[in-house]
Design a protein. Structure first.
Length: 236
């Protein structure tokens, strides 16, 4: 707002953009001297690093990974003075019950890719003693059988590694959160599972629509004409 109203005569020398949507956006402050640099989402740097170093898998068993969003306790709620998208009393019993059913039907463990801003080491593990690992999301996604998620941006890794995605919602979540989940799932032609209902259908759709994955990657992660280098290599 300040950029537009007060100092709109100041423009960047460079704008680094990721994905075709980024290239086509008109919301950036720029003029004829601004150089537009085609690059990719920062998650793609993590992907390139993972593929370059090829670290060993962290979890050896067959597992599905849940992309945790620290829903009841995310610090943004406190900073923005808003209510959580779901209370812990409603959130954890439902999601743990759903994980129990997934593990039983598909003979896999559910491993939690803890949100990077979570503090379960202080609060305690609310996922019924399931393996809960922070700051290793890309490795956990890479070696998983499939991915369980609400609307985490870490879905980028599921797309890059061509993993089946299952979207989770509940009628107990806030309207805002339900709408975000619905939006993300609709992009991939998926219908989110309402885990707050009794007798939910556990017949998960584990089909990967390669056309939709490819389209999402080009639009939001990496266009086909950008080099296989880190953002900073491209900028340099």
């Amino acid at each position: 707002l300040i950029q537009r109203k007060v100092i709109n005569h100041i423009y960047p020398n460079f704008i680094i953009m990721g994905g075709e949507k980024g290239y086509k956006s008109n919301r950036y402050p720029k003029n004829s001297s601004t150089e537009l640099i085609k690059s990719h989402a920062l998650d793609y740097d993590l992907y390139l690093n993972e593929e370059d170093k090829k670290p060993e898998r962290i979890v050896n068993d067959d597992y599905a990974v849940f992309l945790d969003e620290f829903v009841p306790f995310h610090p943004d709620y406190y900073h923005m003075n808003i209510k959580p998208d779901c209370s812990s009393e409603n959130y954890y019993p439902d999601i743990n019950s759903f994980f129990d059913k997934v593990e039983s039907k598909f003979d896999v463990k559910v491993v939690i890719a803890a949100h990077p801003r979570s503090d379960y080491y202080k609060k305690g593990n609310p996922f019924n003693k399931r393996v809960c690992i922070r700051n290793e999301t890309i490795n956990l996604v890479k070696y998983s059988k499939f991915v369980l998620a609400h609307a985490s941006t870490s879905l980028n890794f599921a797309i890059l590694y061509n993993k089946p995605m299952v979207f989770i919602k509940s009628h107990k979540y806030s309207v805002r959160f339900k709408n975000i989940i619905q939006f993300f799932s609709s992009i991939f032609g998926k219908k989110p599972i309402n885990i707050g209902r009794n007798g939910i259908d556990i017949d998960l759709n584990l089909i990967v629509n390669e056309r939709m994955y490819k389209s999402y990657k080009q639009q939001y992660i990496k266009a086909v004409d950008t080099p296989e280098k880190s953002n900073w290599d491209i900028f340099a």
